[in-house]
Design a protein around this ligand. Structure first.
Ligand SMILES: Cc1cc2nc3c(=O)[nH]c(=O)nc-3n(C[C@H](O)[C@H](O)[C@H](O)COP(=O)(O)OP(=O)(O)OC[C@H]3O[C@@H](n4cnc5c(N)ncnc54)[C@H](O)[C@@H]3O)c2cc1C
Length: 462
């Protein structure tokens, strides 16, 4: 028998319409930032609503500072567009570390040796495009892009629900220090990562997480400063037995919670990845447990590394993430559910809007035997079934568990966002619903914006 839940009845109320736009984007992470910039650059009056005081989502506030695997081991990029613009703008201020164009795809031992200490650059014996960023510079760069594009930005504003009338999303409600407000728009883009808005609109979703997959583990990332990462890597590689024994000892001290230092964009900073299984990203009890547990573990790790690990003798806790590290949560069951089979067979969908190098579970390597090296994500994976006026452009895109786990990285979400924002602007301009957007027009516009979409045959007739 299910236990009755005690409830209170809230009074009905009138809510102020605070702003009206063509395109309303909720969530300013990699997906939402890109959606807003793309929509505004394509001429739509655009508003972006973000719950925290900065943009970038997990790529900044989450301290997940690697734009991972934009290439598949060949010498060409599969993801470019706005992701490349992030890198170029950061490069101009010394806020990013990445291999050069000439190094991409290289298996030259000298080149591999140069990159051996930076995770996910050398994968399967070849150099891939993975960029490590400075999260504070990135916050600033993302602000600049929003301001320059003319997006109306509301920070400290938490999107709570969709306004739905006759099967169409007409806007959103948000809560803030200024109170509870409404924003109306012709197209709403849910980029909350967790699919908060689509769930409130009654869009079907799944949220089961296979415990064997990477994305079933949540985390709270932190950074240490005043380290010598090269010295640490030398110790780790030259004395593997000693290193292994120390890590086993640390694992006991953390109560079995795994942690891993990863190179920052400078030798004196690193970030610590970590894995806490069995937590839900949409359960506040789990989120609270995650924060408290991981900050305890962070302190144990700092003391341990300082005492035992060469390169960390003078380390200090630089910061811990303001955004909890969610690898997997709600996934829309949309117009098309992109599957493991699609990924395995490299199915090229006619409405492909993003081409993603295939990665499978962490630690990542080449795709398993028999797998294609590139996945082709269709526009329909961003479109809900039945509900109009809505797109989902974030890690909640419509895919089965295995495919979502393999393709919800930062560059991939940037590509989804760029496609959704561009599609929303086309929909507004043409006076049609997002599901009626001509995907060829969308693909051509994405190419004009610098996306690459390799292998995708794009119809020439319009
Ligand atoms: C520990 C960890 C390590 C990872 N490692 C890597 C890596 O090395 N490289 C890589 O590419 N990817 C990595 N990932 C995956 C990647 O970080 C995410 O999948 C990616 O950031 C998803 O982008 P997003 O835009 O969908 O969501 P997010 O980055 O989560 O952004 C969502 C944004 O929406 C905001 N928001 C949420 N709800 C609301 C709301 N209701 N109203 C208003 N705003 C809201 C959030 O504050 C945030 O700004 C890692 C993830 C984790 C957790």
């Amino acid at each position: 028998m299910t236990k009755a839940v005690k409830t209170v009845r809230e009074a009905a109320r009138e809510t102020e319409v605070f702003y009206e736009a063509d395109v309303v984007v909720v969530g300013g992470g990699p997906g939402g930032h890109s959606a807003a910039v793309a929509a505004a650059r394509n001429g739509a009056k655009t508003v972006l609503v973000e719950r925290y005081g900065h943009l970038g989502g997990l790529a900044t506030g989450g301290l997940v500072i690697q734009l991972l695997l934009l290439s598949d081991g060949t010498n060409e990029l599969q993801i470019a567009g706005l992701c490349q613009e992030w890198i170029d703008r950061l490069d101009a201020v010394g806020g990013v570390l990445y291999p050069s164009k000439e190094e991409l795809g290289s298996s030259d031992p000298e080149v591999l040796d140069r990159w051996r200490n930076v995770l996910f650059v050398v994968v399967g014996g070849k150099v891939r495009m993975t960029a490590t960023v400075d999260p504070e510079w990135l916050k600033g760069v993302l602000d600049d892009m929003i301001v320059e594009a003319g997006v109306e930005l509301f920070l400290h504003s938490w999107g709570t629900e969709a306004i739905v009338e006759d099967g169409k999303v007409k806007g959103i409600i948000f809560e803030s220090k200024s109170g509870r407000k409404a924003i109306l728009g012709k197209v709403v883009i849910d980029s909350t990562g967790d699919g908060d808005i689509m769930a409130s609109a009654g869009v079907p979703f799944e949220d089961k997480l296979d415990p064997n997959l990477r994305f079933a583990n949540q985390s709270l990332v932190w950074r240490f400063g005043n380290i010598d990462f090269a010295k640490y890597c030398y110790f780790r590689d030259a004395y593997p037995e000693k290193h292994r024994a120390l890590m086993a000892k640390l694992l006991k001290e953390t109560g079995g919670i795994r942690t891993l230092p990863i190179a920052g964009h400078r030798n004196d900073v690193c970030w610590f990845n970590n894995w806490l299984p069995g937590q839900s990203a949409t359960d506040i009890r789990d989120l609270t447990r995650l924060e408290v547990t991981m900050r305890r573990v962070m302190r144990i790790v700092q003391r341990f590394y300082q005492k035992h690990i060469p390169g960390f003798e003078n380390c200090y806790i630089l910061d811990s993430a303001s955004q909890a590290g969610t690898r997997g949560g709600r996934r829309m069951v949309g117009e098309y559910v992109y599957t493991r089979e699609d990924m395995k067979n490299g199915v090229i969908h006619p409405d492909t809007i993003a081409v993603c190098p295939v990665t499978m579970n962490a630690p990542m390597g080449d795709p398993p035997e028999g797998y294609a090296t590139r996945g082709y994500i269709p526009y329909r994976s961003l479109l809900p079934k039945e509900v109009d006026g809505l797109l989902v452009a974030c890690r909640a895109f419509s895919a089965d568990m295995v495919a979502n786990d393999a393709f919800n990285w930062i560059p991939h979400c940037i590509a989804f966002g760029e496609a959704a924002g561009t599609a929303a602007a086309i929909a507004v301009k043409s006076g049609v619903e997002p599901r009626e957007v001509d995907y060829t027009e969308l693909q051509k516009q994405l190419l004009r914006q610098g996306a690459v979409l390799p292998d995708v045959p794009i119809r020439n007739e319009v």
